[in-house]
Design a protein around this ligand. Structure first.
Ligand code: NAG
Ligand code: NAG
Length: 364
């Protein structure tokens, strides 16, 4: 077949496709329209779209680092990181709309969609917060997620996902993601009375007290809360879970300083892994060039620029470093000049995990 014939065939095909009623002539038009509507309504869940949304962030960073070189990439990355407030203050944001395919029969964002939809923002957070360390082959493994639903996101509304660090320990780093909606001015006024008597408007919030599942929770278990669920945390004398929850609900009833309403809070626990070896968060932070100390920065840069790009260092080599006990402890300091904010967050969140496990084990 020569070229001309191929072109002619293509044209004929195009004509037949564009001619009215010629596609699947046996199928009635309403069915076709219905099908098109379904395709349209589910278009944001097309195959691979989630992957593309997710992987666009690391791929963009990788391509950027490859084109300008790692050192120059890190300089720019660090500048952006500092401008965003550094690890302690940065808030990584993604906007999304609650579309048909993410919603449930109540015309609200489905409870199960929160995890899927926030994946994109969490991976963006990982890049914005820790990009340099990934050159060592370290990856972040997800250990657990907790979701606390406070109110619904109506179908069609835009919402913001905002991720920040809540705290870290020797193994886990806990990230907090808030889902926020911004009611329009007019709507907000109409909404106000509703907000005022929220205790009745939010009757269905399950405070995970362990009692709602009919489980006989151990004394020191989930019922006693995030704070002292941990056997002997430094927060043992702090407020218990119910009290924290009440505070959270009261706080969520009020709009944020920027006018947003928090609809859900997610806590995700990650750890840094080099192969199967766990890298303590503070070591990963140090290798993420997050220290403000010039000496420490040079120290981290030397490891990243080494022959194996810090692989051995991450796989336990750091323990031989004379600075092993110090590294990472000068990063993300709070207003009091210490990391105590992260310590406090860690105690609450470790407690949450322990409490959950106790509830699970108590099941007959
Ligand atoms: C979503 O979660 C809320 C709060 O826990 C609950 O009241 C609601 O029934 C859940 N929705 C569905 C469809 O399961
Ligand atoms: C918890 O702390 C109390 C008082 O400080 C102590 O008596 C107890 O042995 C500790 N329990 C554990 C499991 O460490």
């Amino acid at each position: 077949m020569n070229k001309l014939a191929v072109v002619e065939r293509g044209r004929a095909l195009a004509r037949s496709l564009t001619a009215r009623g010629s596609v699947f002539p046996g199928i009635p038009k309403p069915i076709k329209l219905l099908f098109l509507l379904l395709v349209f309504l589910n278009s944001s869940s097309f195959p691979f779209l989630w992957m593309i949304r997710l992987w666009s962030h690391p791929i963009k960073a990788w391509v950027h680092a490859k084109t300008v070189g790692h050192k120059r990439y890190w300089v720019g990355w660090r500048r952006r990181n500092i401008a965003a407030g550094g690890l302690a203050h940065m808030r990584v944001k993604t906007w999304r709309r609650a579309l048909f395919d993410d919603c449930d029969h109540n015309m609200h964002l489905s409870n199960s969609s929160y995890a899927k939809c926030s994946d994109e923002n969490k991976i963006k957070f990982c890049i914005d917060a820790f990009a340099p360390v990934f050159v060592t082959g370290v990856h972040m493994a997800l250990g657990a997620s907790h979701f606390q639903y406070l109110r619904e996101i109506p179908i069609g509304s835009q919402y913001l996902m905002e991720t920040r660090v809540g705290g870290w320990g020797d193994k886990w780093i806990h990230c907090i993601t808030e889902f926020v909606i911004y009611p329009s001015k007019g709507k907000k006024r109409a909404h106000k009375p509703d907000v005022a008597d929220k205790p009745t408007a939010l009757p269905h919030i399950d405070i995970p007290s362990g009692t709602d599942s009919g489980v006989d929770t151990p004394e020191n278990g989930y019922a006693n809360g995030y704070a002292n669920g941990k056997a002997n945390g430094s927060a043992t004398t702090g407020p218990n879970h119910d009290e924290l929850m009440k505070r959270l609900m009261v706080q969520a009833r009020e709009p944020r300083a920027d006018g947003g309403i928090v609809t859900c809070i997610a806590i995700t626990d990650y750890c840094f892994k080099q192969g199967r070896v766990t890298v303590p968060p503070r070591i990963a932070m140090h290798l993420s060039l997050l220290s403000d100390d010039e000496g420490r920065l040079a120290h981290a840069l030397k490891i990243l620029g080494g022959r194996d790009q810090g692989v051995k260092y991450c796989r336990g080599g750091w323990k031989e470093d004379p600075l092993a006990d110090e590294l990472g402890r000068d990063i993300a300091l709070g207003s009091d000049g210490t990391q105590s904010w992260a310590e406090a967050g860690k105690d609450y969140m470790d407690g949450a995990g322990v409490g959950l496990l106790q509830v699970a084990l108590a099941r007959p």
